[in-house]
Design a protein around this ligand. Structure first.
Ligand SMILES: [Zn+2]
Length: 273
């Protein structure tokens, strides 16, 4: 699953390419096995990231506003090609093709892709809001409100690692930041949400926001304060390697509702369960 900053980075990269650009052709696929549907020429108006959703606003030649929403899930990706050059994935895996005068943008294997009139899109926003909580990368983020929202809505018996990944509570924390912020706060991944103090919950989301903001730029994802060569993360991906703080071997297990890879230090994040 891409981290929240991945989609913001993607939006930041696509914005200068797309905004205000006349697209010669837009085509999308509605369902697996369906052919690509042609929508004709469009002008791209805006590119936004909302949690893990990328929203592209377009206007048809007749003035009608459209929106293309994509959620990349685990395997989705946007590629950029020179006109006429071969794609790196089969055309059958392409769900959106945007043809610009100087390049072709292709979305492969998204988890979700929706093409809809933007008037309906506007009606869809509350629905998206119900599924996507406040975005930790929103410039107008009220972090105290986010922490209060999570505290009020999270099931007290639910392990904190699943709460952090729940995009309907707060959007942006993916699997890597989940392990990293739990390490930074010294919190065991399976601690029930009801046993996480208010201060620790605030600390988890504060660190997540800080790390997401710090990493909205090109280059590797870095969580450590002083990243050594090729050692950018505290615990993620470091199974059996010594903890950067205490030297204990980092533990690994597939945990939580979706059995996602989880890394933690048994000494710095001691306690239950
Ligand atoms: Zn440690």
């Amino acid at each position: 699953m891409p981290e929240g900053d991945t989609i913001h980075k993607l939006a930041a990269a696509l914005r200068p390419v797309l905004e205000g650009t006349a697209l010669c052709r837009v085509a999308t696929r509605a369902a697996r096995g369906d052919p690509l549907r042609e929508h004709g020429a469009m002008t791209a108006e805006g590119v936004q990231a909302r949690g893990k959703h990328l929203l592209l606003d377009l206007e048809a030649a007749d003035g009608r506003p459209w929106q293309l929403r994509s959620h990349l899930g685990m395997y989705g990706t946007w590629h950029q090609y020179a006109p006429g050059s071969a794609w790196h994935k089969p055309a059958s895996a392409a769900w959106a093709v945007l043809t610009l005068p100087d390049r072709v943008l292709v979305c492969f294997h998204p988890r979700e892709l929706q093409w809809c009139p933007r008037t309906a899109g506007a009606r869809d926003v509350p629905r998206l809001d119900a599924r996507v909580g406040p975005d930790l990368l929103d410039p107008a983020l009220d972090l105290d409100a986010v922490v209060a929202r999570v505290g009020a809505r999270a099931d007290p018996g639910r392990p904190i690692l699943d709460v952090l990944l729940d995009q309907s509570l707060a959007a942006g924390i993916g699997n890597i930041y989940k392990s990293e912020v739990l390490f930074l706060q010294g919190c065991h991944p399976l601690r029930p949400a009801g046993e996480v103090t208010e201060a620790m919950l605030a600390g988890l989301y504060r660190e997540a926001e800080r790390l997401l903001r710090r990493n909205v730029k090109p280059g590797p994802r870095i969580t450590r304060e002083r990243a050594e060569e090729e050692a950018f993360l505290y615990v993620y991906g470091r199974r059996g390697e010594p903890c950067h703080r205490c030297g204990a071997p980092i533990e690994f297990a597939r945990l939580g509702e979706h059995l996602r890879s989880t890394y933690w230090c048994p000494s710095c994040q001691a306690g239950n369960p």
